[in-house]
Design a protein around this ligand. Structure first.
Ligand code: ARG
Ligand code: MN
Ligand code: MN
Ligand code: MN
Length: 302
């Protein structure tokens, strides 16, 4: 596998500053070297550039909409270009509004190549708000809705086709914070959500078996990893911590089972906020988990 790292250093969609430092923290935690130690070829494409964060209140239910559009257009182009080269894009966020640019590019590539798309959304949040449902106006709470065609014109049409994806292609895992109106909308649209209650009752193994079922040789698997998926005890360096997330062991199993499918062809690492971290430990945990996502195992496998 040939991996391309794409840094997207912005916190334009978040309600707290600092995720803009995420890409560099992942590099400092030895992301490239770690992947290379598993025989993977890595090219760090460096960082994209875009508008700085003006830190303004929301307008019409959206904070920084124009800037979010600019960043996502640029990310869309970068991710799409890597996929056309046959490489595996790994987006280093940046806040989760960037899932729009990343996944719209993956969906477009799947249309080009006749692939089926499956999106695994690892997150404490459903990120399925709209401007009328959002309690905050922060666009990092809206990317899944935008990808499914619910959002401002300029964001939903970035991939060239509206909607960019269908709700039935998505599996959300680790969810434990969904806003009032958002809850109803998730239900209406039929998003498949494996929330923490489900993981508690069924265990991570059965959860992942279900979330990964129904893929075939023609499936492109995209993993969108919001670092706040993890329990704050192991991952304090995020802007929107929610207690009661997967433990280190559960998260490792989740990543290992994704690796076992051999289908992952693109991914995002989002919401890491070094300003809130303790000596980069959250970046180090993220790199550990990414290692498992690419097949690190304790013993010889199969
Ligand atoms: N649901 C909340 C909101 O809309 C929080 C969203 C957090 N999203 C994230 N990608 N961390 O503001
Ligand atoms: Mn391809
Ligand atoms: Mn989240
Ligand atoms: Mn998120």
């Amino acid at each position: 596998t040939q991996i391309s790292l794409i840094g997207a250093p912005t916190d334009i969609g978040a309600g707290m500053r600092g995720a803009s430092m995420g890409p560099e923290a992942l590099r400092v935690a030895h992301l490239t070297r770690t992947l290379e130690s598993h025989g993977l070829q890595v090219q760090d494409r460096g960082n994209l550039t875009g508008p700085s964060n003006p830190w303004l209140p929301p307008a019409n239910g959206y904070r920084h909409l124009d800037e979010v559009v600019a960043w996502n257009q640029s990310l869309h182009a970068a991710v799409y270009a890597e996929l056309q080269l046959g490489r595996l894009p790994m987006v280093l966020g940046g806040d989760h509004c960037l899932g729009i640019g990343s996944i719209s590019a993956v969906a477009r590539h799947c249309r080009d190549t006749g692939k089926n798309l499956r999106v695994l959304w690892l997150d404490a949040h459903a990120d399925f708000n709209t401007n009328s449902l959002t309690p905050s106006g922060n666009l990092h709470g809206m990317p899944v809705a935008c990808l499914c065609g619910f959002g401002p014109e300029a964001l939903i049409e970035i991939g060239g086709q509206v909607p960019a994806i269908h709700a039935k292609w998505v599996r959300q895992i680790g969810i434990r914070s969904v806003d009032q109106g958002e809850k109803r909308f998730v239900h209406e649209q039929g998003l498949e959500v494996f929330d923490m209650r489900f993981i508690d009752e069924m265990g991570m193994r059965a959860t992942m078996e279900q979330a990964l079922s129904g893929m075939d040789d023609n499936t492109h698997l995209h993993v969108s990893f919001d670092v706040d998926f993890l329990d704050p005890a192991i991952a304090p360096g995020v802007g929107t911590t929610v207690p009661g997330g997967p433990t280190y062991r559960e998260a490792q199993l989740c990543m290992e089972m994704i690796a076992d499918t051999g289908r992952m062809a693109s991914m995002d690492v989002m919401e890491l906020n070094p300003a809130l971290d303790e000596r980069n430990r959250t970046a180090e945990v993220a790199v550990d988990l990414i290692e498992s996502l690419f097949g690190k195992s304790t013993l010889m496998r199969k």
